[in-house]
Design a protein around this ligand. Sequence first.
Ligand SMILES: [Mg+2]
Length: 128
Amino acid sequence: MERSLIIAIDFDGTCVEHCYPAIGCEVEGAVEVLRALQQRGHRLILHTVRSGATLEAAISWFQERRIPLWGVNLNIEQRRWSESPKVYAHYYIDDSALGCPIRFIDDVRRPVVDWRALRKLLEYHGIL
Ligand SMILES: [Mg+2]
């Protein structure tokens, strides 16, 4: 049986284009890769600084796309061994993470995750 990894997923600039506090357009390729990760048995944690209504909107974004979340800003299992607020995950996918493949949509906005390049990385590492 393959290992079920915990993968923390940032939202703004990762799943959707930067438009906070609104919900930006879907970043190309995000939904397909997130679904593939989930179908592979990996556990997805929404990992975002959004809170209150803006967090609910992000959770709805996943629900509407039928991408189940294993956690929201929380890894319930880590409570057994840590009281740290940091969400423990095997991997973090975040447009602000150094090394995460990114691409520019235009000359104005911050870059977003390049999911085509990221998929290749995930495949290379045997995660997908
Ligand atoms: Mg971000």
